[in-house]
Design a protein around this ligand. Structure first.
Ligand code: CAO
Length: 563
């Protein structure tokens, strides 16, 4: 049976896009629309689907190759019932070429317009996305930018995209802020082009939306899809940068897809065989940066070298943990699978990583808060009248701030090489807030400089906004320490997980009246259980006991907080 070439279809504004995964081999039988290749540009990850069902006769490309619309990527023999699709596929390739011409014509008209003093910067064709949130504005007024340099980062439910500079030049203004939503064609700022605009912007700004909808009825298109939908599990087995084949790291594609990283960072991770799902982001909102991948790979290398030195080639140091297998629970009864919210997915990844990376120890203590509670009750109504909700947590924040000042290592973070401590001279404390969508950790800033009322006000403000889904990324940044209070819910003690790069977290359980031996008799005292988890690489056990004693004493006698 005769073979037919499979060509790259219309891929919008993209040209010469790198193949990051070849998902088929000669002899494979494929379904129509099954992904054949994954392409990755600076802006997006795209999949090239099979134009019809059939058998792959020959694959003509390999990973790392660059392709454009119309390039032949494989030859395939059509399945018997796919003959009718043939004409459609060829037509679609033809129409795609026309679309390419329209695109360059559009670019030219903008090139001509490059004479003016400043140019609007518009959101280019971002595929099927509409009203996408701006999560980062990467440049500001006066910044000199290169062509293709990322200006803003957008994040939809499906992907993170960067909007690149259409040309080299200087930013005159950025008119969007984080949290805004934008669509194709929206103006995000203005820029002056370098060399008078000779290298004018190449983005389509005119009727691209219209062009696209005109062409979209029948043509074969590429879809922006999470890599998890790729049907080639063999591709996800990659070696760590060490090249040590005994340390093959199985990439968890689902976690890779949901990891918070830009396309270029994803590509970098693919190049190094790093599993994004295991890497903690140090960027805003936990976004994974290139340096996070470098640090991760460096640590993996050190683990491999350490294992070699100890002759222990079997232990993985975290990197070689087996993936949790999927179980078919329907064999035992009715089931329903629901997708986790984004917050839950993120916090699940974060706690898992922190649990694995940090050697945790939890120190338990109780604080006698009899007088503190008397003071709180005596002032609660007046506070309420002043618009302040006075709960024990405000006092705990104040006592923890004092501990962070008294014990500098508690207010520190390990450097990536684990050889230095960064001591912080500010005191920001995150508070775990239970919201309908999952756990959030808004941060109360400069707690050491605030009084109890101001802290209580801030706490009420951030926890209300967290529950209402109105918390901003800035409100979640820069914590030195965390408090997780389950006192309003119940329980006697628990072992909270440290939020890296912090080194400690204070868990608080429900207070209760207990008989305490004092002066030859038992007296009823109100005791508050404290569970302090810490990173044992930074804090020793004796220091941990001193820290919990300090917090307990501070709560037992609030006057010490004035010292
Ligand atoms: N013991 C007994 N009662 C306590 C208490 C304690 N340790 N801490 C708070 N309470 C009381 C409060 O005083 C309040 O009662 P009153 O109105 O009579 O004063 C009541 O419990 C409810 O308090 P609250 O929960 O509204 O306020 P809060 O300041 O204590 O806590 C917040 C705020 C945001 C931390 C809390 O609402 C919350 O979300 N907690 C859950 C945190 C969580 O999920 N942690 C686990 C994370 S790790 O998986």
């Amino acid at each position: 049976m005769a073979t037919q070439p499979v060509k790259v279809p219309d891929i919008g504004d993209f040209d010469s896009v790198e193949i990051i995964e070849v998902l088929i081999s000669a002899g494979d039988t494929v379904e129509a629309e099954q992904p054949l290749l994954t392409l990755e540009s600076d802006k997006a990850t795209l999949e090239v689907p099979a134009p019809h069902a059939g058998t792959i006769a020959e694959v003509k490309v390999q990973e790392g190759d660059k392709v454009s619309e119309g390039d032949v990527i494989a030859d395939m023999t059509l399945a018997d019932d796919a003959g009718d699709d043939e004409a459609t596929a060829d037509e679609s390739n033809g129409r795609g070429a026309e679309a390419g011409e329209a695109s360059s014509a559009s670019s030219k008209s903008l090139d001509d317009a490059g004479e003016s003093e400043s140019q609007p910067i518009k959101v280019p064709d971002i595929g099927d996305f509409d009203s996408v949130e701006v999560i980062e504005v990467l440049v500001g007024k006066g910044d000199e930018v290169e062509a293709e340099q990322a200006l803003i980062t957008l994040e939809s439910d499906k992907a993170t995209l960067e909007v690149p500079a259409p040309a080299a030049g200087r930013i005159v203004e950025m008119s969007v802020t984080e949290g805004a939503t934008v669509s194709e064609g929206d103006v995000i700022g203005r820029m002056e082009l370098a060399d008078g605009g000779a290298s004018g912007p190449k983005q389509k700004t005119g009727d691209s939306k219209q062009d696209k909808s005109d062409q979209s009825q029948e043509k074969q298109t590429v879809a922006e899809k999470p890599a998890s939908q790729n049907k080639a599990p063999s591709q996800s087995q990659t070696a760590p940068a060490s090249g040590d084949s005994s340390k093959l790291e199985k990439v968890d594609e689902a976690a890779f897809t949901t990891a918070h990283a830009s396309p270029s960072v994803r590509r970098f991770a693919r190049q190094l065989g790093a599993d994004l799902g295991r890497i903690q982001g140090s960027g805003r909102k936990g976004r994974i940066l290139e340096e996070d991948i470098q640090n991760y790979v460096k640590r993996s290398l050190e683990t491999v070298q350490g294992d070699r030195a100890s002759g222990d080639r079997a232990s993985g140091g975290g990197g070689g943990l087996p993936a949790q297998p999927d179980t078919d629970f329907s064999q035992f009864g009715d089931t329903e699978t629901v997708e986790l919210s984004r917050i839950r997915k993120r916090s699940a990844q974060a706690v898992h990583k922190n649990w694995l990376l940090i050697p945790h120890v939890t120190q338990f203590e109780s604080a006698d808060i009899t007088e503190m509670e008397q003071f709180r009750q005596a002032n609660k109504e007046q506070a309420k009248a002043d618009g302040v909700k006075l709960t024990p947590l405000a006092f705990l924040l104040k006592a923890s701030a004092a501990a962070l000042k008294a014990f500098p290592d508690l207010n520190s973070s390990l450097t990536a090489d684990c050889e230095h401590l960064v001591h912080k001279h500010y005191v920001n404390i995150a508070v775990a807030v239970d919201t309908p969508n999952g756990l959030l950790m808004p941060v109360i800033k400069d707690v050491d400089q605030k009084g109890i009322y101001a802290i209580a006000r801030d706490l009420d403000d951030v926890s209300s906004r967290a529950r209402e889904g109105k918390i901003k990324s800035d409100d979640m940044q820069g914590a030195c320490f965390s408090i997780s209070s389950l006192g309003g819910v119940g329980g006697q003690a628990f072992t909270p997980i440290v939020n890296s790069p912090e080194v400690g977290i204070l868990g608080v359980s429900k207070h209760s009246w207990q008989p305490v031996w004092q002066g030859g008799e038992f007296v009823p005292r109100l005791l508050l259980p404290l569970s302090f988890s810490y990173d044992h690489r930074v804090i020793d056990g004796a220091e941990a006991a001193r820290i919990t004693n300090f917090i307990s004493r501070s709560l037992g006698d609030l006057r010490t907080l004035l010292l």
